[in-house]
Design a protein around this ligand. Structure first.
Ligand code: C2E
Ligand code: MG
Ligand code: MG
Ligand code: MG
Length: 284
């Protein structure tokens, strides 16, 4: 018998489930080995301030350079890593690597902030705050340069332990942003409770801009709400100049998307920084 998602629900372990479990087990083993063998890399995507046009930050996005399969997308392995818990050491690796890269950019004179995606599993770790702060200290990066991206679902069922953890992170100077905003839940009560500084408008709303009236209305509403809550708004997935113009005209703060650059290795970001204006974003 195999335990099924629900509390007291049990169902027969079918051959196909066994295959599935077997595949997952293999992939999980591979992920641990991949970490030991240093097969992960970070790519970075620039975030641009819509008022000044300056690059003010980058988002770190993990990739797995698999010896046989080549570049594996995070959407294919992050869910597996979350199920097995190996996301915890992978997340620690991502944070350390991102801090080292941002430290180097700072030393070269580029005042960038780095955004790192956090998984729900990491938030459940009681050692999270101590680990994050230890890494920042070890690499010698001020917490104000780190932004952690959370999703709505992580906050919807958050315990008071998690709320305490998020406060400890922001008290230390780390910024929190809600990723894929508008796709998770219709309830927004968590925005009152959690110390969130920025909302990232999901790219499913950006895609239809500026023509689609629903996407335009939703995007305007998110920007207006963020404004009145004194939060920053970042739009994701900007591919066209028209989308960019709409967002700027409607008061969006920052934009991130293929229009400014696809996620690319740190070395390429370095070249981009050398030929673009880089500015520190206002820290309030
Ligand atoms: P996300 O955090 O929402 O990241 C944005 C995704 O949109 C990235 O996909 C990026 O490559 C893609 N993107 C950016 N601009 C555009 C655009 O203009 N058009 C289109 N069509 N796509 C764009 P990617 O890199 O495949 O990452 C997918 C997801 O995997 C991320 O979504 C994030 O949820 C997760 N992820 C990535 N790295 C990490 C990590 O280090 N830790 C955790 N826990 N999750 C990660
Ligand atoms: Mg993200
Ligand atoms: Mg997103
Ligand atoms: Mg690197």
């Amino acid at each position: 018998y195999a335990k099924n998602g629900g509390k007291n629900a049990w169902r027969t372990f079918t051959p196909s489930m066994r295959d599935d479990a077997h595949k997952r087990f293999k992939l999980d083993n591979n992920l641990r080995r991949a970490l030991e063998r240093d097969e992960f890399v970070l790519h970075y995507q620039p975030q641009v301030d819509l008022k000044s046009g300056d690059i003010v930050g980058v988002e770190a996005l993990i990739r797995w350079v698999h010896p046989q399969l080549g570049m594996v997308s995070p959407s294919d392995f992050i869910p597996v890593a979350e199920d097995s818990g190996v996301i915890v050491p992978i997340g620690e690796w991502v944070l350390r690597e991102a801090c080292r890269d941002v430290k180097r950019w700072h030393e070269q004179g580029y005042p960038l902030r780095v955004a790192v995606n956090l998984s729900g599993r990491q938030l459940k770790e009681s050692a999270l705050v101590a680990n994050v702060l230890a890494t920042l200290r070890e690499v010698d990066v001020d917490p104000c340069w780190l932004e952690l991206e959370l999703t709505e679902s992580m906050l919807m069922d958050a315990s008071t332990d998690i709320l305490d953890r998020l406060h400890a992170l922001t008290d230390a100077g780390i910024q929190l942003a809600i990723d894929d905003f508008g796709t998770g839940y219709s309830s927004m009560s968590y925005l009152k409770t959690f110390p969130v500084r920025a909302l990232k408008v999901d790219r499913s709303f950006v895609r239809g801009l500026p023509q689609n009236p629903e996407d335009a209305a939703i995007t305007r509403a998110i920007i207006a709400m963020a404004r009145s809550l004194k939060m920053e708004v970042v739009a994701e997935g900007i591919e066209t100049q028209e989308q960019n113009d709409f967002l700027r005209a409607n008061g969006c703060d920052k934009s991130q998307g293929y229009l400014y650059g696809r996620p690319c290795p740190a070395a390429q970001i370095g070249q981009m920084l050398a030929r673009t204006r880089v500015g520190a974003c206002a820290v309030d």
